[in-house]
Ligand binder design. Structure first.
Ligand SMILES: Nc1ncnc2c1ncn2[C@@H]1O[C@H](COP(=O)(O)OP(=O)(O)OP(=O)(O)O)[C@@H](O)[C@H]1O
Length: 264
């Protein structure tokens, strides 16, 4: 089953276009990686899906999810979809939290907006969600500044998955983390994807972050998708010279994890 279908999506600002007629589909339970250099349009694409573009940017084309074209939804209906069907985690996990609200209050905000649960049920649900991402229940009463970067990103994953969305959009979620925390977050996403069956749109400039997890990869360059295929195909038999360059640059610096052979 297709959970997201992007058709001929273009995104333009006042001066120029930044995304040009891109199309891709994401299937249920799939890990779909959108990779490309900085500035290639990945984040704009992710933002357009949830109607989160900056006010000076405009998207045209179609983005289908749950039988509706998200680009034509009124803001109220989009808010309902965001969280329930489509949820986000960001590189700037700190920006996802209000500093003077506890982690528990962030859970409450999502729960009160979308669910009809008693206070005890909400607390119970939040506790289970915290445990599912490897955090202790006591984090519920802490403020964001009292968690490490890795812990905060895991808390944001717990909140993003609270309503069991069909699609989790993860926009460079490990870029601001040290390598051990990154590894833990990636492993956690893979586990939660298996547990919940959600699809993941994973955005990164670094192919090392996708080689173990991605089912399919789309390569973006200058606002165009230049190559889409099964992950192993893209990694081991790239069709475009730019993709080869991207693979080379991802795997040649501090190359502790060489490209695995096909079938690994
Ligand atoms: N508010 C804005 N107004 C106009 N242009 C913008 C705005 N925000 C970003 N852009 C431009 O849109 C293009 C695509 O940016 P985008 O953030 O989608 O790239 P990206 O591939 O996600 O890069 P990165 O990995 O650095 O986030 C860039 O050329 C950027 O300069």
């Amino acid at each position: 089953m297709t959970v997201l279908s992007v058709k001929q999506l273009s995104i333009a600002g006042p001066q120029n276009g930044v995304v040009h007629q891109i199309s891709f589909d994401i299937q249920q339970g799939e890990w779909f990686a959108l990779v490309g250099q900085s500035g290639s349009g990945k984040s704009m694409t992710a933002s357009a899906i949830g109607q989160l573009l900056p006010p000076n940017m405009k998207a045209t084309g179609e983005i289908w999810c749950g039988g509706r074209n998200l680009l034509s939804l009124p803001p109220g209906e989009m808010r309902e979809i965001r969280g329930k069907r489509v949820s986000y985690i960001f590189q700037d996990y700190q920006g996802s939290f209000t500093p003077f609200h506890t982690i528990g209050q962030h859970f409450e905000e999502v729960q009160r907006t979308h669910l009809t649960l008693s206070k005890a049920e909400r607390r119970q649900q939040a506790n289970s969600a915290l445990i599912s991402v490897g955090l202790q229940e006591e984090m519920y009463d802490r403020y964001p500044a009292q968690l490490s970067g890795g812990q905060l990103q895991r808390a944001s994953i717990a909140i993003a998955l609270l309503l069991r969305p069909d699609l989790l959009i993860a926009d460079e979620p490990t870029t601001a983390l040290d390598s051990m925390s990154s590894f833990r977050v990636l492993e956690l996403l893979a586990k939660l994807q298996q547990d919940t069956g959600c699809a993941i749109l994973f955005i990164t400039h670094d192919l090392r972050h996708v080689r173990k997890y991605a089912d399919r990869i789309a390569v973006m360059k200058d606002g165009h998708i230049i190559e889409t295929d099964a992950a192993q195909q893209v990694l081991h038999q790239p069709q475009q010279s730019f993709t080869r360059l991207l693979i080379h640059s991802s795997f040649s610096f501090g190359n502790l994890n060489p490209l695995p052979s096909a079938g690994e």
